[in-house]
Write a protein that binds this ligand. Structure first.
Ligand code: NOJ
Length: 545
């Protein structure tokens, strides 16, 4: 049985500025978050992932950092942050923070110094070219919003590299001082008590950029170096990487394949995310089965982090054009629902037309698959989006706590409008109303997460497709570990059906439904079990003490 905490965690991702405002200035803050820890504990989350907490001009929602050694004064002080870590710890909740070190804000004192003179001690902390690099119109991450990856700086009289927006100059990983500084930043926050980091843009951090070479080499060994440092400072600290790369490249980020992982502990499973979206759109599990079949073997301790929605657009770039069109047609047919030509800027509830059965099905499926589940704030109550806001802001509206003005998020003017009125407005969709209703989506999430935590083989164990006769639309898979076996039936399609479990039953000790979309007849010894359209059954086959 795994004894690594992150393999059994339920991660909840939130942005402090849109979560809860304690002082009425319209911006969410740390004290507001502390006030909601009991809510999170009751939901059953065991780890918070905080989107960037540092001072920032906020031109990319905090992913443009001004000072790595502080918290944004709008959120509170470092003292408040230490208090948050303590209060969360009291409730058994760990905290990881976004580590955004591929780039800084162009306002960061390092960049200001670097551009001011070729003799600046920080000049070589960034990536420069004397003449216009021929590949400067390649490799943009935000097509439509970003025109190039190299820009000319008049003060520096040189071109600087920026993989993301122009105001986010890339740090130079070839520079040993930069490498040391990143370690120092990690050490600082570990010392304060964070449990690890969600590392932003990892494939780009380790890119040894060469002007004119769009395929610059990557120094994966830096990840080994960083892991060693982090682990030395805090033995059970975790690195969770954002690395949306080709599947055959993924394993390298974990460490030597087949050996003991010595780089990143956890990677977001972008491939599974895309295939889940395709499967939900088609109402057919084939893409998920494919993902399960093609999963590369991870080194010991390596773990996937699964998700349906995060703070960015749903990225469909790894699908074929036909597949992408299918998902667009189902989930983002209007042009203003789409972004960068590859994604959808919507939350899941509106994507599924507010259909409660399909929402439960989608989340039951995500949480039952391999890896550690990550849940974005507000998804547990089925929040909607605001397409009148620019770009990804559509899915970054404030948390809807109650029917009070501004959804109880703030007594002031909210940093972003709260979704109001209509099917997803705070008047209808909010945590307080759902908390009092045992049939609400929130109550369902609480039950589902509790069930999951009683069966540690889910997430930490091995997850495989079970090839038994099923009607179209139905997926059967299982999770096995020394703690027991859980069998899952999920019907992505609309029609009721029956699943033949005769080949599985000989292993069953005392099978029982531990979570299901509705009451089903007792399992007994029958070979065929029924499953409703868009239904699901989690069956504990065996439990080992
Ligand atoms: C990935 C983050 O998820 C995204 O929100 C951000 O804009 C880029 N990295 C740049 O930091």
């Amino acid at each position: 049985m795994s004894d690594r905490w992150y393999q059994k965690a339920v991660v909840y991702c939130l942005d402090i500025d849109t979560f809860a405002d304690s002082d009425g200035d319209g911006v969410g803050d740390i004290r507001g978050l502390i006030g909601r820890l009991d809510y999170l504990a009751r939901l059953g989350v065991t780890c918070l992932w905080l989107n960037p907490i540092h001072p920032s001009p906020d031109r990319d929602d905090g992913y443009d950092v001004l000072d790595f050694y502080n918290v944004d004064p709008r959120f509170g002080s470092l003292g408040d942050f230490a208090e948050l870590l303590h209060q969360a710890g009291n409730r058994g909740i760990k905290v990881i923070i976004d580590l955004v070190v591929n780039h800084t804000s162009d306002q960061h004192p390092w960049f200001q110094s670097a551009r001011s003179s070729p003799d600046s001690p920080y000049r070589d902390w960034y990536v420069w070219a004397d003449s216009a690099p021929p590949d400067r119109h390649q490799g943009m991450v935000f097509p439509g919003e970003q025109g190039e990856t190299w820009s000319f700086d008049r003060t520096a009289k040189a071109w600087y590299y920026h993989r993301f927006y122009k105001f986010q100059p890339d740090l130079n990983i070839k520079n040993p001082e930069v490498r040391e500084e990143i370690k120092k930043i990690c050490a600082f926050w570990l010392q304060l008590g964070v449990a690890g980091f969600r590392m932003d843009a990892v494939p780009f951090i380790i890119e040894e950029t060469e002007p004119g070479n769009p395929d610059s080499p990557k120094d994966l060994d830096y990840l080994t170096e960083l892991r060693q440092h982090v682990q030395w400072r805090k033995g059970d600290a975790v690195l969770l990487a954002e690395a949306n790369v080709e599947p055959d490249q993924l394993v390298k980020f974990f460490g030597d394949a087949g050996g003991s992982g010595n780089r990143i502990h956890m990677l977001f499973d972008f491939m599974l995310n895309t295939k889940l979206m395709l499967a939900l759109a088609r109402q057919n599990p084939e893409p998920v089965i494919e993902a399960l079949r093609e999963t590369p073997k991870l080194p010991a301790g390596g773990q996937w982090a699964t998700f349906l929605r995060n703070h960015d657009e749903v990225d469909l770039s790894r699908l074929t054009a036909d597949q992408r069109d299918q998902v667009f047609t189902e989930f983002g047919p209007e042009e203003d629902m789409q972004l960068y030509g590859r994604g959808i800027r919507r939350r899941l509830a509106p994507m599924l037309g507010g259909d409660r059965r399909r929402l439960e099905l989608a989340y039951a499926l995500q949480f039952s698959l391999r890896g550690t589940p990550v849940l974005r704030y507000g998804e547990e109550i089925g929040m909607g989006d605001d397409l009148t806001l620019k770009g990804r802001d559509a899915i970054r509206t404030p948390m809807q706590w109650s029917r009070l003005p501004n959804g109880g998020f703030t007594t002031g003017t909210p940093v972003r409008p709260v979704v109001s009125g209509g099917e997803f407005g705070y008047q209808k969709v909010n945590a307080t109303t759902q908390r009092h209703d045992p049939a609400s989506l929130l109550s369902w999430f609480e039950r589902m997460i509790r069930t999951l935590r009683e069966a540690p083989e889910v997430g930490a164990g091995t997850c495989t497709h079970v090839d038994v006769p099923v009607p179209p639309g139905v997926l059967v898979h299982r999770a096995d570990d020394t703690t027991g076996t859980m069998l899952f039936i999920h019907n992505l399609g609309p029609d009721d059906g029956e699943v033949d479990l005769s080949s599985v039953y000989p292993e069953a000790e005392s099978p029982n439904d531990v979570l299901a979309d509705q009451e089903y007849p007792e399992l007994g010894k029958c070979d065929a079990v029924s499953i409703a359209g868009h239904g699901y059954r989690w069956i504990r086959l065996r439990r080992h003490p």
